[in-house]
Design a protein. Structure first.
Length: 534
């Protein structure tokens, strides 16, 4: 726990009697970072690059790995077919690991390392807003990486000259340290040093030079950015407490407290997107180049159909937002007398497992070149509240939170461009809103299935599954023609090849290993032993 204690000490100094302006004028962690920021006088260029790089990484192969493991999509050809059957090696996710984690040798820089450099430059300017926002980014990148890979470098991560081969801190220490980093972020966002440049990535600098560095929440004032990033920080704190709850259930209460301070409206959703003027979303780019490699996953398709058939959900348009018929291009529909038979594919495009068919095509990945993939949202926040409240005995609050989401069914959209797109015009102006779902009881299954459907193509569905073993999933078979499934869905991805070759501290863990926050694999299921959703 050395790393957590060290960062906690810094937070204690900040939050004790030391005044905000005193802390901002003194030396701080990262201020002497040697990795190339010294010539920059403004954090803007690094921040814009950070936003663009993380948007690309989080909508590219990393997202496909997660969606394939969770059977929301199916890899049916070439490399994706192998990935869908868990044939993922260190070279396959090398770019994902390097970009998400950051600053590993031999390259250095990028990702969380750039977030740390932004803090150093902003500290030199006494800009506490920029420092706080950059700490939110650092915590999110590292927290998500630790949740996927387990142990990762953090305490020695940002000084590649001093630590050319950084140690890997154990996963639980990193997640606890990330909680402290988020506490620091909130403290900096609460600062308002008099007479300082304290504008963050937006506003007008002395000399009437505008800063327009904010992409995620573009157009908001400095004060509005402070408010939204504080809410994001609280939601992220709740997220990582949930990631530790399987090992220590007391984290449910902590998550509940933080989530109630988190994102309170879908207008404040953090979503990844791209503008077609500069390049399409990476999902859409992949479909344009390799559109036959992935298909809709039967698990998600069948679950959405089963919930409608059981009267738990209605076909509110989201199914057709995700998928279209492959021949007509018309939106897929659900329900008795209103079901045009769209069927998803089993892992690897398996031809013998029941409940498949692969008679479906994507809508948002093919037609929504600007579509926004969720990252930190109202939906996640409320469903954390629902699960944490249920686990701590507050069924009334769990009911309220779950059904607040079902009354506000949204998905990311580009409010500028997509409102004029005929595919989205009826539901996506300014965000994609669908008809309310009927009230359902706040069972753990209902909560996690709601999240599985709503957070399509995001890593949180994998983290939820590892914690709750819901939704019910049978692991992929070893070949596209086998009916014998593997024992379990993998609990992690392998470390990237570049890092493993360059750093002897990289742990040697097997492909079937469980991370420390998920010591127990989910029960082995088959495609005939699982519930009716199959």
């Amino acid at each position: 726990m050395r790393i957590a204690k060290a960062i906690a000490l810094g937070a204690a100094l900040l939050l004790s009697g030391t005044a905000c302006h005193d802390f901002l004028t003194g030396p701080s962690l990262g201020i002497n970072d040697p990795n190339g920021h010294a010539s920059l006088k403004d954090p803007g260029p690094l921040y814009v690059g950070l936003e663009a790089g993380q948007a690309e990484n989080n909508t590219a192969q990393l997202a496909r790995f997660v969606a394939e493991y969770m059977q929301q999509i199916s890899g049916v050809a070439r490399q994706q077919q192998g990935f869908d059957q868990y044939i993922v090696g260190p070279g396959d996710d090398d770019g994902s690991f390097a970009s998400v984690w950051a600053a590993l040798p031999p390259a250095g820089g990028g990702g969380a390392a750039d977030a740390r450099k932004i803090q150093a430059i902003a500290l030199a300017q006494s800009d506490s807003i920029y420092v706080g926002i950059a700490k939110v980014w650092e915590a999110m990148i590292i927290g998500d990486a630790a949740s996927i890979w387990g142990a990762v470098p953090y305490s020695q991560a940002f000084d590649i000259n001093k630590y050319p081969q950084p140690k890997y801190d154990d996963q639980m220490s990193v997640l606890n340290a990330v909680e402290t980093t988020l506490d620091q972020a909130i403290a900096f966002l609460n600062c308002n040093p008099a007479g300082k440049t304290n504008l963050g990535p937006t506003g007008v600098l002395p000399g009437k030079v505008p800063r327009t560095n904010e992409v995620i929440y573009a157009g908001r004032s400095s004060a509005a950015l402070v408010a939204v990033y504080k809410a994001v920080a609280h939601t992220l704190k709740a997220r990582y407490y949930m990631h530790m709850a399987e090992v220590d259930p007391s984290n449910y209460a902590k998550a509940l407290a933080e989530a109630q301070l988190g994102i309170a409206t879908s207008d404040d959703d953090w979503t990844w997107f791209a503008d077609v003027a500069t390049g399409a979303n990476q999902w859409v780019s992949f479909q344009g180049a390799r559109g036959g490699d992935i298909s809709g996953g039967a698990a998600l398709v069948n679950l959405m159909r089963a919930r409608v058939n059981a009267g738990l959900d209605i076909d509110n348009g989201r199914f057709g937002f995700y998928y279209v018929e492959p021949n007509s291009g018309l939106p897929c529909t659900l329900g008795a007398g209103n079901d045009n038979g769209c069927t998803g594919a089993r892992p690897g495009g398996n031809s013998v497992l029941p409940g498949g068919g692969d008679d479906i095509d994507f809508n948002i990945f093919n037609n929504g070149s600007n579509f926004r993939q969720p990252q930190v949202t109202f939906t996640e926040t409320k469903l954390i509240i629902a699960e944490a409240a249920l686990q701590t005995g507050n069924v009334t609050l769990a009911d309220s939170a779950l059904n607040a989401v079902r009354n506000n069914e949204t998905y990311g959209a580009d409010p500028i461009n997509e409102a004029s797109d005929s595919i989205y015009a009826s539901t996506c102006s300014p965000t994609c809103k669908f008809a309310a779902q009927p009230h359902v009881a706040p069972t753990l299954q209902n909560i996690i299935e709601e999240k599985y459907i709503d957070l399509f193509a995001t890593p949180e569905v994998w983290n939820d599954y590892k914690r709750t073993c819901l939704p019910y999933l049978a692991a992929a078979p070893s070949t596209p023609t086998s009916s014998a499934t593997r024992a379990n869905v993998p609990g992690r991805l392998p470390y990237g090849l570049t890092a493993a070759n360059a750093d002897p501290n990289t742990p040697n863990v097997g492909a079937t290993s469980q991370n420390a926050n998920d010591p127990h694999a989910c029960p082995t299921l088959t495609y005939t032993s699982t519930p009716a959703a199959w």
